[in-house]
Design a protein around this ligand. Structure first.
Ligand code: GDP
Ligand code: IMO
Ligand code: MG
Length: 422
């Protein structure tokens, strides 16, 4: 029986997960998004055309791959429809799209709450994407969320009205204008009609696919250090992008999981607030940002940039049982003269590989760096790892050596073809 392969973020997101998924879906029967919502932005460049996915698994670009939005995802129906329309405009069919009846819906009150609560955090802002993700997951766990099956069912108006009335009490208390239930219900009922044909019990669909030996891949959104449990709380997202989220967000059991590919960049980046030990908040970071075009796919915010942190990566590898690393933007880092790699944390004089998300611990750490030669030259057309320049090999070998996980994919450019398969 074939095993389910998982692609997930190794660091703070935007590592190029979409690109790896796109490659792996080439011969996959099913590609599943298991967590997060339209806070995600996965960019794929095919034949010079750039596609930005927020909710639909990138596997949709391959005709034979069923694209499943799993039960662990929170869905903004308006955004999903925009994404569907955009794919149609590019001639991409969505006949193979399946939306879980158990996924939860993001409604305008979630978005308004997200913005309002963030505003009220003052100095302590998280830097959310303001897409309503946190409030939607709150409602799910508080058990007042609206699932897709409720959304397309006869009780939607009643459920939405109750929720809007309750949220309006909060809005009023904060001096925020109240939301109009009738207009929201009317607008979103129309979206429900359009989405209904795509809705199914994806848990059954996935189980049947497993039973018949279909080739399945799971597309992580966000990343390990943004995980609600394992990330740098509270500067995290509200879901489980790590390996456990695959099981709870799709209905796949742990024994069905095969390869776990952790995607990283040859440097690092972070959007939003929170600790980031290897950040280069200076000219080096600015240079990396410009060379790597590090501006958010979803919010267009400039990404904070810095060096690759192997202490954090080792933690992510352990947490997710990573079997392979996919490292993107090796072309980008190779444009610098000198590259630094964090191979330890110095905590009050003690150097170790001990990672912790405790802000007080991180505050007292300084990164221990090794320096490598850059200037790799043009590597975009190299298809064999052995053909990489020695300087690039040395950098990649050291990453494998410290983390203890083999590199399986090397990104040498943004295009689908710019990749070395090891
Ligand atoms: P995701 O959220 O993890 O899917 O990543 P994003 O799409 O948000 O950000 C990754 C960016 O890097 C996108 O603009 C990709 O087109 C680009 N990209 C991915 N891999 C490579 C690579 O190996 N080299 C270069 N130069 N760009 C890459
Ligand atoms: P992909 O899938 C990078 C960050 C936000 C913020 C924090 C909480 O493209 O890698 P949220 O809106 O989720 O409540 O915001 O999480 N964040 C991401 N950063 N890539 C993402 O997704 C992200 N999704 C959320 O910037 O710091
Ligand atoms: Mg992204």
């Amino acid at each position: 029986m074939s095993k389910v392969n998982v692609v997930l973020g190794g660091f703070y997101g935007d590592e190029g997960k979409g690109k790896i998924i796109d490659y792996l879906s080439g011969d996959a029967d099913m590609s599943i998004r298991y967590s997060g919502g339209n806070n995600a932005g996965h960019t794929i460049t095919v034949d010079g055309v750039k596609y930005a996915f927020h909710l639909i698994p990138s596997g949709i670009l391959n005709k034979q791959t069923k694209a499943v939005i799993g039960n662990g995802v929170v869905i903004d129906p308006k955004v999903l429809l925009e994404e569907i329309d955009n794919l149609h405009a590019h001639g991409v069919s969505t006949d193979n799209l399946y939306i879980s009846s158990k996924a939860h819906i993001i409604l305008p009150y979630h978005v308004e709450l997200d913005k309002m609560l963030e505003e009220n955090r003052g100095e302590n802002k998280i830097g959310t994407t303001a897409r309503g993700i946190g409030p939607a997951y709150c409602d799910k766990y508080e058990r007042s969320g609206i699932r897709v099956e409720d959304f397309i069912g006869p009780n939607f108006a009643k459920l939405a009205k109750t929720n809007i009335e309750n949220k309006n009490v909060i809005f009023e208390a904060f001096g925020h204008s109240k939301l109009d239930a009738e207009s929201i219900i009317e607008e979103y009922s129309a979206y429900a009609k359009r989405l209904e044909p795509y809705v199914t019990d994806t848990i059954n669909l996935v189980h049947k696919a497993l039973d018949t030996g279909e080739k399945i891949i799971c597309e992580g959104a966000q990343a390990t250090l943004l995980d609600i449990d394992f990330g740098t709380y509270p500067f995290v997202t509200s879901s489980s992008p790590t390996i456990g989220g695959v099981c709870t967000g799709s209905g796949i059991g742990p024994k069905d999981i095969g390869e776990v590919y952790g995607v990283i960049k040859a440097y690092s980046s972070r959007v939003g607030k929170g600790p980031y030990l290897t950040e280069e908040d200076n000219e080096v970071g600015d240079t990396i940002r410009e060379l790597g075009h590090e501006y958010g796919t979803t919010t267009k915010r400039p990404r904070r940039c810095g060096w690759l942190d192997l202490v954090a990566l080792k933690y992510a590898a352990r947490l997710n049982s990573m079997t392979g690393i996919a490292i993107n933007h090796v072309d980008t880092i190779g444009k610098l003269d000198k590259i630094k790699l964090c191979v330890g944390y110095n905590h009050k004089g003690n150097v170790s590989m001990d990672f912790s998300t405790n802000p007080d611990y991180i505050k007292d750490c300084t990164p221990v760096y090794e320096e490598f030669e850059g200037n790799f030259g043009d590597i975009s057309n190299i298809t064999n790892r052995d053909d990489l320049p020695e300087k690039a090999k040395k950098y990649l070998n050291r990453i494998e050596e410290v983390v203890g996980v083999p590199i399986k994919f090397i990104g040498t450019g943004a295009g689908r073809e710019n990749m070395i398969i090891c």
